[in-house]
Design a protein around this ligand. Structure first.
Ligand code: BES
Ligand code: ZN
Length: 650
């Protein structure tokens, strides 16, 4: 950077923008500066003045240095701005050039971190009113939060390293310098260099085989919000599961994947029948290593999945229905800020439930929804008692807070029950038509809650002269009184069984039954005993939840002897069982729980276990010991949450 240029730009920037690293007299925060050029509280980008239309990434993934070296080539739509503001978080920016072909270096400034280090830093680039191409040369650092670098021991094959990214909500800025707001949609392409024995896949058109050079090219030609840009690199195999779908995983897991996801094609067809054509051509899954902090992540064309979904009995495939549903709600119609997160997740949970109903029947879908509703009630009670009871509204105000705070069952399940209740009031036929037209109307657009409410009024409520308490659902706390109540005889039956067991009945006693056989006079004697295949996994979940919170450990042991909850295979059940076990002082689970905590990095499981352990000094000490050993197996998203629980930082 030329000295004179630097001085002028410094002067201009300090004048225009006071959030740089040097202490400044004027107290304008970066957020204030961008306040009128961006409506997203969680991004510094001035997308109203200049926005990325297309992003090309040149990436070199270096496993030895655990660093991604990159050039982010932004093709901009410039409305006359002379500064472009990007989001970055712990990135090392090396140089920035303008132009395509003939590039010219330009000046840039990096602003101060926000108070809680949530947003990262604004990156100001000096441009002119007709600048169209901005190229940012950078590398990731040790502190890059989106990336998970795994040594071979943490993979299924134990022979090759692995790396994957997680962008949602605001971590994409930690591995790519960009305008990290869901309000802007962009297309992207990429050229990624990886070690020769590994394969790279992205949320884009993907290879199905390794190539000799270790160089892979990608294209995503449909505009997406940037939290959906994703990359995974590992020793990958591909298995086709249908005409337009398949699964990637390490070779060691590919057969279990093919078994578990055998219904994938049917799911896609069911979803299309409900809400219109799948818009992304191909739908693949990639089953990542256990450290992946979520159950699933809806990266377009390539859903990322946690291997805990491989229960061995297809009992957790609703997660796939969920991520597939995001191909409409979330990826096609996107929340414009994290305050509107329920538009992504509430619609998706509703849609997921409809897919499950189409494939497996209403009885199953109802049981799944009831399980979720119980979780909603518990979380609702927690949030209502906490510091932010207003977080039980669907529309949130997360200004100044981590968007993660809004990622609760409120958005998911209250959101879904809002739609289920609406469906009941208006009738399924009209409601489905409405949802279909909603997805069509806003396809590849980004909307907020207010736009949805308008659309609902004009296209569904008014034409049908229906009065509905939409505002209570969206802008008030708690669960409105008219919320749909699901009645499931199967659910009730298994709860009754739990009550009988807790009251001392021997539910495992062998019983003799005489059954009639067709064409024979004599009845046949059959000995029946309660075994795990009598109920589906979610019914067993309901069973465990119904047991007294301080159940006698002797009873827990009896259940384990007969059903082996402690080592069941379905991680939802194991998770539920461990939490109950800690609370009841059932020490038999410790070795199993430790194994689970060492292996699984999914935050939804880790957080409740560690939270329960943190309640007594003895357990807390043990938990801290386990965490210290396990934390290198977790993604930053999980380890930072658990650190907050065990060391009370948060
Ligand atoms: N989009 C979410 C995951 C997410 C949410 C990542 C917020 C980062 C921030 C994904 O679709 C999801 O909801 N996953 C769930 C599974 C689902 C069946 C409820 C999960 O991972 O538990
Ligand atoms: Zn989701």
């Amino acid at each position: 950077m030329k000295f004179l240029q630097l001085i002028t730009f410094l002067f201009l920037s300090v004048f225009l923008f006071n959030g740089c690293d040097e202490p400044s007299k004027k107290n304008l925060s970066p957020t204030e500066i961008i306040a009128d050029s961006n409506l997203d509280n969680h991004s510094y980008a001035n997308t109203n003045q200049i926005r990325t239309k297309h992003l090309h990434l040149d990436l070199d993934v270096d496993f030895e240095k655990k660093t991604v070296y990159g050039v982010a080539r932004h093709e901009m739509e410039n409305f006359g701005a002379d500064t472009a503001i990007f989001d970055i978080k712990a990135l090392d920016i090396q140089k920035i050039t303008l132009g395509k072909g003939a590039e010219k270096e330009t000046d840039f400034m990096i602003g101060r971190w926000d108070k809680d280090s949530i947003l990262g830093q604004p990156l100001l680039v000096k441009i002119t009113k007709d600048t169209k191409y901005i190229n940012i040369y950078y590398k990731t650092t040790e502190k890059t939060e989106a990336l998970d670098w795994l040594s071979p021991e943490l993979t299924a094959g134990k022979t090759h390293p692995y790396m994957y990214t997680q962008g949602e909500a605001i971590l994409t800025r930690s591995w790519i310098p960009l305008q990290d707001s869901p309000a802007n949609r962009l297309t992207y392409s990429a050229k990624v260099k990886v070690p020769k024995d590994l394969m790279a896949v992205m949320s884009a058109k993907n290879p199905t085989k390794k190539n000799e050079e270790g160089i892979y090219e990608f294209e995503m030609n449909q505009p997406i919000p940037c939290y959906l840009i994703a990359l995974a690199v590992g020793n990958l195999n591909y298995r086709k599961l249908g005409p337009t779908c398949g699964v990637y995983s390490e070779p060691e897991m590919i057969n279990s994947c093919a078994y578990e996801f055998a219904d994938l094609s049917k799911m896609i067809r069911a979803a299309e029948k409900l809400y219109g054509k799948y818009q992304w051509e191909q739908y693949d899954l990639i089953v990542l290593p256990y450290s992946f902090p979520f159950g699933g992540m809806e990266n377009p064309r390539l859903t990322f999945v946690n291997p805990t979904i491989l229960a061995g009995d297809r009992s957790l495939v609703s997660v796939i229905a969920h991520e597939l549903a995001h191909s409409w709600s979330g990826n096609l119609v996107t929340n414009s800020s994290w305050d509107d997160f329920w538009l992504n997740e509430g619609f998706t949970v509703y849609f997921e439930s409809r897919i499950m109903e189409s494939l497996y029947g209403k009885e199953i879908a109802d049981i799944l929804s009831l399980i979720e509703f119980q979780e909603l009630e518990a979380e609702m009670a927690d949030i209502s008692k906490g510091e932010h009871p207003e977080d039980t509204q669907l529309k949130l105000n997360l200004n100044g807070r981590n968007p993660d705070d809004g990622m609760t069952d409120i958005a998911y399940t209250k959101g879904a029950f809002f739609l289920k209740t609406l469906e009941k009031e208006i009738g399924r036929e009209k409601f489905d038509k409405f949802i279909n037209s909603y997805f069509k109307h806003y396809a590849f657009k980004t909307i907020n809650t207010e736009i949805f409410v308008d659309y609902l009024n004009v296209n569904l409520l008014e034409p049908n002269q229906l009065k509905f308490n939409t505002n209570d659902w969206i802008y008030k706390e708690g669960i409105p009184k008219n919320c749909l109540k699901i009645v499931s005889p199967r659910f009730e039956q298994v709860q009754l069984l739990a009550d009988r067991f807790a009251a001392g009945e021997d539910i495992f006693k062998k019983q003799i039954k005489w059954i009639k056989i067709k064409g024979r006079k004599k009845k046949k004697k059959q000995i029946i005993q309660l075994t795990r295949d009598k109920y589906i996994a979610q019914e067993w979940m309901a069973f465990i939840r119904r047991l007294p919170k301080k159940i006698d450990p002797i009873l827990m042991r009896k259940l384990d002897e007969n059903l082996n909850f402690k080592n069941w295979g379905n991680s939802e059940i194991m998770n539920e069982w461990y939490v109950l076990g800690i609370n009841s002082g059932y020490s038999d689970i410790r070795p199993y729980m430790e194994k689970f905590l060492m292996k699984v990095g999914r935050r939804k499981y880790l957080a409740p276990i560690y939270q329960e352990l943190a309640k007594t000094p003895d357990n807390l000490k043990w938990a801290q010991g386990v965490f210290e050993k396990a934390k290198s197996n977790y993604h930053y998203i999980s380890s930072s949450t658990i650190e907050g629980i065990l060391y009370k930082k948060k």
